[in-house]
Design a protein around this ligand. Structure first.
Ligand code: ZN
Length: 357
């Protein structure tokens, strides 16, 4: 159980010079928090805070990426500019440009589409600009915004889809990086409204799990962000109906990996359905083995704890077009069935009569 820190604990630690020993996720009473504030100790807030592991509760609060966690959206402009131009943030800007190049090279984005973001501190987020190809971004193109999408720094205007990224970050504190693109195979599933089936390839089960579809909303609107955000407590990758894919993780590269995994999976499933046979699934028992591995890795999955018989439930999965192999000597029964013809003719005549009447 986590230790609860009271005012007395804080005073004791202060006297012994050990305030830095308070774990980043410690439970702190409101009055103890006030005492920390009086002592000038900066701490990232637990609820909704970026899951940065502050290296010290006393003095500076720099996370493992080298980001000063004391900077807030309402900090003086000079502090925000210092953060935006710091070597640690430059490194993250380079990572975003690198992932952008990979998205473009793999044709996961088109035109100026797609966008990427990284949460820097509790309410300060680094993101890609609008109207720039993700394949050719430079670090100086990136933007700084607050959690409402207001621009704090950067010469280019922030992406129009930032509200979705911010909704995800607000709903899921573990989402420190968000990647959005329009990879054609996964987007095809999103346009068809077909949720990718499960129990076919182990990798997606371990790293992603079931991929839900968020209902369509106009891109860039708060409504779209909210529809996606409703799903991110249980899913790290979401198909956006008639739009694309969004994934989140602790780092931008890992969020990008999820994009690759879901796209490769949808592509493979599509190929499978064209081979003229019913696709094979591995058994619920085998999925259970994968879920056990996931549990050991500490990756949550809403299916952990389900009954084995419920694990490979693909009720909504429609394999779609398959190559029909005509039976030997047999004729197709559907199109030329005389009984069906008679029914169709009777219905058509009835409709025509009513129209005339
Ligand atoms: Zn988009």
């Amino acid at each position: 159980m986590k230790k609860v820190y009271s005012v007395k604990d804080i005073d004791d630690l202060h006297r012994s010079g050990a305030l830095g020993s308070i774990p980043a996720d410690a439970v702190i009473t409101p009055s103890a928090r006030d005492r920390l504030n009086e002592l000038g100790v900066q701490r990232a807030r637990r609820t909704g805070a970026a899951p940065a592991s502050a290296s010290s509760a006393g003095g500076g609060s720099v996370d493992e990426r080298g980001i000063d966690q004391s900077v807030r959206a309402n900090s003086p402009k000079a502090d925000l500019e210092r953060l935006f131009n710091s070597p640690a943030v430059h490194e993250l800007k380079e990572q975003i440009c690198d992932v952008g190049r990979r998205l473009w090279q793999r044709a996961y984005v088109d035109g100026n589409g797609g966008n990427l973001s990284i949460r820097l501190t509790e309410d300060v987020v680094l993101c890609t600009p609008t109207l720039v190809s993700k394949g050719f971004m430079k670090p100086e193109d990136l933007c700084l915004v607050d959690l409402d999408g207001n621009q704090l720094a950067g010469v280019k205007n922030r992406t129009s889809e930032i509200l979705m990224h911010l909704s995800i970050m607000k709903a899921q504190p573990k989402a420190r990086a968000v990647s959005h693109a329009h990879p054609p195979y996964a987007t095809g599933f999103a346009v068809a409204g077909v949720q990718p089936p499960t129990c076919m390839i182990p990798e997606i089960e371990v790293f992603i799990g079931r991929v839900p579809i968020a209902p369509y909303e106009t891109p860039g609107t708060p409504e779209m962000g909210l529809k996606v955000a409703e799903l991110v407590d249980k899913h790290n990758t979401v198909l956006m109906e008639n739009h694309g894919v969004v994934s989140w993780s602790n780092t931008i590269e890992d969020a990008y990996f999820k994009m690759e995994i879901v796209e490769a999976y949808c592509r493979t499933v599509l190929v499978t359905t064209q081979l003229g046979v019913q696709p094979k699934q591995f058994s619920p028992k085998h999925l259970k083995d994968l879920l056990d591995i996931k549990q050991k890795l500490g990756v949550p999955d809403p299916r952990i704890g389900l009954k084995e018989c419920e694990l490979c439930d693909n009720d909504e999965w429609r394999p779609g077009v398959t190559c029909a192999v005509p039976a030997k000597g047999g004729e197709s029964t559907s199109a030329t069935d005389p009984e069906a013809e008679t029914v169709v003719k009777a219905v058509t005549d009835e409709i025509l009569n009513r129209l005339k009447g």
